[in-house]
Write a protein that binds this ligand. Structure first.
Ligand SMILES: [Zn+2]
Length: 345
């Protein structure tokens, strides 16, 4: 079985001086080629999501708002720093469609797994609100599409971007067919977006189908390894997903300029390996990674490369920066609390 790459870099979605810039992935294909993995990947061409497909997870007003601002020449979409250019509406539809086309190829058995390298990112976009550089929620659109078009019943979404996936949580908060797990830095009032506390666990029928792992600063490879083994693995095994989608942000690396987390490239690669293995055990290897954040460009490139090694079944890990140069905190008490409230034994 083979590994797909979907590439939708949104080169014309660009604002001078903004960290979410096209240089993040504009040079990734030559980088992957030089590393010798590009030739092994199946190119999956992205098709833009239609407004109707976006409206499976967003309300019409949001979709219209992005279209209106973009088609009037661009500008800020919110009171923060989420922007659109004249081309952003089409480019954001392409980013959302990239996940859908990857889902098609995986569900038809043409490829086993894939990584969608897309911009703009998606996981902060809520049902009715753009936010945090995100226009449309790419991973949520892909999850709903898998359910509607391919008869998928249960989708596991794992979000390891350093920021809480508030948009994805909002969209699936009452839903027991999507298990949403977010591991993120949590320093309310200081660190964006401030949501994702351990008490946010879903609502009504979705109670227990949102698992937030809110971290103190500088949790690193050891902590993330424990979170996977002690929380995510048992929670996912009980849920029995038909496919795993991953909101893959690389801003939890210790060198990232926007955050204060402690993962290394090796830790990232090990998490990717653990997720791919989980997909093998639970859902015939069906796993799709969709790019979210990651603002240290060389770290991002290497993180993407290592994930492709993993998806191709190779155990190479390239880590030029090594581990975080400081001790990481012990997270035992957080893990104990979460095991109790989520009935994980
Ligand atoms: Zn992020």
């Amino acid at each position: 079985m083979s590994t797909g790459i979907v590439y939708a870099p949104a080169l014309a979605h660009e604002k001078i001086g903004h960290p979410e810039c096209n240089a993040r992935i504009s040079h990734i294909l030559p980088f992957l080629e030089k590393a010798g993995v590009l030739a092994d990947l199946v190119n999956v061409a992205a098709v833009p999501a239609t407004a109707v497909q976006l409206e499976q997870v967003h309300n019409k007003a949001l979709v219209n708002h992005v279209q209106r601002v973009s088609h009037s020449g661009g500008g800020l979409l919110d009171y923060g720093d989420t922007y659109a250019t004249a081309e952003s509406y089409e480019l954001a539809r392409l980013a959302a469609g990239a996940g859908m086309t990857a889902v098609d190829a995986i569900m038809r058995g043409e490829i086993q797994n894939a990584f969608a390298l897309v911009r703009p990112p998606g996981h902060h976009a809520e049902q009715d609100r753009v936010s945090g550089f995100c226009l449309f929620n790419n991973v949520a659109v892909a999850a709903r599409y898998a359910q509607r078009e391919h008869g998928v019943q249960r989708v596991l979404i794992v979000d390891f971007d350093v920021h809480h996936g508030n948009g994805t949580q909002d969209i699936f908060y009452r839903d027991d067919s999507v298990l949403f797990v977010s591991v993120h830095l949590f320093v309310p009032r200081l660190f964006y977006p401030g949501t994702g506390s351990k008490r946010e666990m879903g609502f009504a029928g979705g109670q227990g189908y949102t698992l937030n792992v809110p971290l103190m600063p500088y949790v690193g490879d050891a902590g993330y390894g424990r979170i996977f083994q002690e929380l995510i693995r048992p929670k996912a095994a009980a849920f029995q997903p038909d496919i795993i989608l991953v909101s893959a942000g690389f801003d939890a690396h210790w060198r990232d300029p926007l955050a204060m987390a402690g993962l290394s490239l090796t830790g990232y690669a090990q998490m990717g390996q653990a997720l791919a293995q989980l997909a093998d055990e639970l859902c015939d290897g069906r796993i799709l990674f969709i790019l979210e954040g990651g603002y240290e460009i060389d770290v991002l490139s290497h993180g993407i490369l290592n994930l492709f090694y993993t998806l191709l079944g190779q155990d190479n890990i390239i880590d030029p920066y090594g581990p975080m140069p400081q001790e990481e905190p012990d997270i035992s008490s957080l893990l104990d609390e979460l095991k109790q409230s989520h009935l994980i034994y």
